[in-house]
Design a protein around this ligand. Sequence first.
Ligand code: UD1
Length: 492
Amino acid sequence: MRGRGGICVGLWGSEETDFTQRGAETQRTQSGERKRKEQDKERKKGKKKRMDKFLIRGGKALRGTVAISGAKNSALPVMAAALLTAEKVAVHNIPKVRDLVTMGKLLTFMDAKVSVTEMPASDYVIEAPTLRHAEAPYELVKTMRASILTLGPLMARLGVARVSLPGGCAIGARPVDLHLSALEKMGAEITMSHGYIEAKVPGNGAKGRRLKGAHVVFEKITVTGTENILMAATLADGETILENCAREPEVTDLVAMLRKMGAQIEGDGTATLRIRGVRELHGTEHRVIPDRIEAGTFLVAGAITGGDLTITHCEPEHQSAVIAKLQEAGACIETIDKTTLRVRGGKKLVAADMTTEEYPGFATDMQAQYMALATQAEGTSMITETIFENRFMHASEMIRMGANLSLDGRRAVVRGPAALSGSIVQASDLRASAGLVLAGLVASGETVIDRVYHIDRGYEGIVEKLRAVGADIERVHGSGSGVHASVPVPVT
Ligand code: UD1
């Protein structure tokens, strides 16, 4: 089955229609509208069916080997970068997670052909000889903020783009003003209309509506902002200098891929990127780096459960801040070789303060997981969140499980160790869900985590991976009422 651009092969469970239905989502004909309503109804039914939960019986030490998947946050910009060329781009080590399905749908919507040989897939081939729809529609953007990553490539290739504003999210306002002001510096005219960013390079198209090189100093370090403008600059007229760039490994991975496509970029891994625009980019093949957040989550899982985990297919260098902090907290972590880490718990965990920072500091995406660990450490740990203003949604759920912690603005004070007890808790965002899973692994009795669709956005096969190393966790399919944790009822 194919849509306008079309995903060629295979089924993503019941997702096949999802990949291709973006045509229906925007058809403006009457029959299209009717079909869209029917499909919306079906999708809503389907969504209800997919309101899965996790059921965890805590108390097991995790032992064994876990292989880390490709990095979601690398795969997203890398797939978006395929829009920069008319030629074929093959991408490997894509994690089998929901956000990448959404990115596949988005590229298909724009008329790219996205091919996979199995479903779910980790190898994608993307071809965008023409792009008839320079648009990221609200229906897709609302489920994945990273859809904004198509703005830079569309502006570079076509000089025009219409991308739904992502809006706020559970962890804060998350504006994209820095992406937009940088594009304006590069000659784009940007207006907001009906919740959409409408951007274009003015002119009659005779010069191909090219952005022009510019000197951009990001007011604040932004990961997707750096990636977006980097991609935009690859096809701009002249040189672009980007200062105060994000130095995250995912940015460096994107630079590596763009360079293989023929982009002229210097300064990767530093805060200043210098890009000389080229007339066109060509096809390439790229393997995305391992997911450092998934690896970090398993490091915490080994430490918090007093287990012994060997973590393979990872990049130990990207884990420096997490390793240092976990060692400070009493975990024993060894680098076995270039792609393997071993974590052993067992010793008493001790409190250690932690502040989130841009790379190479401790990642905000590991803060919830670290908070779970801090609940088990002896003493008082101060956790300071500097990247997002509202990223402690998991704290109240951990308190419900028995954590001794209090919040003061961007600070959390965690006193441990606390005996956590299984509860019914709600996941509020992707990384918060991971924090709750870790808390559930050490809680007594049963923990039920609701709204795990958040975790499915970014962790490949987390239930299977945890079960394989001894965790008692299962996915329960249900629409809202099917599972009850056997939380003891207090007798008064
Ligand atoms: C990316 C990651 C996300 C991670 C975050 C911080 C992806 C797909 N997502 O998100 O997992 O948690 O980096 O490491 O890679 N800001 C502005 N204006 C802007 C852009 C950002 O004020 O135009 C602010 C944000 O609100 C936030 C800070 O800058 O406070 C950093 O955000 P940013 O690095 O842009 O996060 P994302 O790229 O969205």
